[in-house]
Design a protein around this ligand. Sequence first.
Ligand code: XMP
Length: 324
Amino acid sequence: SWTSGKVIEEAVELVRERVGNERVICGLSGGVDSAVAALLIHKAIGDQLTCVFVDTGLLRAGEREQVVETFGNHMHIPLVVVDARKRFLDRLANIVDPEQKRKIIGEEFIRIFEGEAERLAEKNGPIAFLAQGTLYPDVIESTSHDTAQTAKRIKTHHNVGGLPDEMVLQLVEPLRMLFKDEVREIGQALGLPDEWVWRHPFPGPGLAIRIIGAIDEERLETLRTADAIVIDEIRKAGIYRQLGQAFAVLTPIQSVGVMGDGRTYANVVAVRAVTTGDFMTADWARLSPDLLGKIANRLVNEVAAINRVVYDITSKPPATIEWE
Ligand code: XMP
């Protein structure tokens, strides 16, 4: 029968066998999969593991601090935090098209991660493995994917000729036999705080695809604050775990409002909350009118840039969960 203790023991043994005395790098996203992968690998090989967390500036409120607190201070896992906020903001200036946003963010992320891997290798010696939080469903989706033969090529730029050199990293994927609910159970057993274990998925491009239209620092800050309010109220209502995802979307629409004895002209924010099994289909969550009212009140009272709130009542399909 399945017990988290047994699965952890087996995974630790496999990681030790595969990695030996080599060094491993692991990118943390803030999500549960990469967190559990990192914890398992750290349990197996200790400080041969270095975790890298890239602050893209497109994260939710407090996310970077939580990563530092949990992994650095609490779990004592070697952790490098890369502050890339300005790089992302510069590259995203005036970009409106959702797919272009995704492309830029993906490319920039890989470039930064590669640079960090190269820097770590130069500083502490060669890195042989890249850890990934690949789950069993991802494995079946991409069938010809076999760990023993899979490697990531990381471009490095230290050679004098100016042409990129290559660092070939083997993959280590300790979750590739597991489903999501098993990963959560293992995370819990390894001491991952509840808040991480049950966290809603968050897209790689982050808040960038929840700001409809062009992104700037001010709009990011508006959305970050709004998102934190939505999540806070949903947690207080005790329904966070029943929802697949819940978040705010900053629309490009300005609307007229009235505040005190003045007229306002400010942003419309949409609230999205869905229930779903597999994220391929989803239903809009029947949040109570009381809860919706509380959320709307707090958004307009606490965020000066917001003067109107709407609730998204479309299911997927025909709508998607995200707005972009
Ligand atoms: P949609 O909007 O397609 O979202 O219904 C389904 C799930 O995928 C997430 N999502 C993404 N995740 N990069 C990601 O890593 C992306 O570009 C991306 N777009 C959507 C979304 O949050 C939801 O969980």
